[in-house]
Design a protein around this ligand. Sequence first.
Ligand SMILES: Nc1ncnc2c1ncn2[C@@H]1O[C@H](COP(=O)(O)OP(=O)(O)OP(=O)(O)O)[C@@H](O)[C@H]1O
Ligand SMILES: [Mg+2]
Length: 277
Amino acid sequence: MKRRAIRYRRYVHSKWAKTKVLLSDPAIGRHIPPTKKLTAATLEEMLHQHKMVYVKPSIGAFGNGVIRVEWRPNTPQPYRYQRGLKKRQFDSFGEMSRSLLKLTSVRSYLIQQGIHLLTYRKKRFDIRVMVQKNTKGNWETTGIIGRVGDPRKVVTNVHNGGTLVPVEKLMEHYLPASRKSSFLQELRTLGVKVGQTLTNRYPGLKEIGIDVAVDNQVLPWILEVNTAPDPYIFRKLPDKRVFRKVYAYWKRHRPKRILKPLPKRYGLGIAKIRRRK
Ligand SMILES: Nc1ncnc2c1ncn2[C@@H]1O[C@H](COP(=O)(O)OP(=O)(O)OP(=O)(O)O)[C@@H](O)[C@H]1O
Ligand SMILES: [Mg+2]
């Protein structure tokens, strides 16, 4: 009974569970940076192999708790990490790992190869790809938008100071005009494939927001898949048709039970309650 409930749920929170499902499809798996559960051993192995890794809560939101870890051999204090605005540097792996593992001991974390994101005006950016089930019940990529990170932070999330910019603008310097539409098409196709693969395991899903990093070879990497993506970010696009479609689909799918306003005696609208989480 419990298994059935998990299978049909609308939201899947565990990044690890979603990553495992996606890795089962080789066409998608080759777009996922190596990802493992965080332990002292995987930290040592992955950091020395990739030199830059991201450590993130398996169940996280808004970029909170995400840590970027770097090893810069042949520099003083070669081991560094940053979480939020806080940066720390260490002489040895042992010192760094003790400090980091203390921060991550309470919850379950993943470790992932870091992708060196492309930049726009010297700020890192990644791309949110919105994929929703359409009226026919087929997955459709309905919106694509870029998120430019706050330069003081290691994440691009809007809740962490990120700003929203059309992808065409962000990719201008990296793609000749002739390749722009094929790049966007590649993202759309990847989005649909991710939707289809996740629904094989979780048939209850209706919409997903994929965080895609692009490396300096212009290859897309899937950083994570959100199952409760924010539709409102697409209001920022000059092409108003995008938000209209995203919103229309979202409205149709939204679970009425959750969005019903709370009785007056609570004194708070649902929007406020949600934001306080
Ligand atoms: N492997 C990585 N390489 C480079 N940057 C990364 C990597 N993983 C995460 N990031 C950066 O950190 C941000 C937040 O990471 P992620 O999306 O995995 O967690 P989250 O935003 O907290 O989760 P959610 O989107 O569910 O709220 C990403 O948008 C990206 O900017
Ligand atoms: Mg995210």
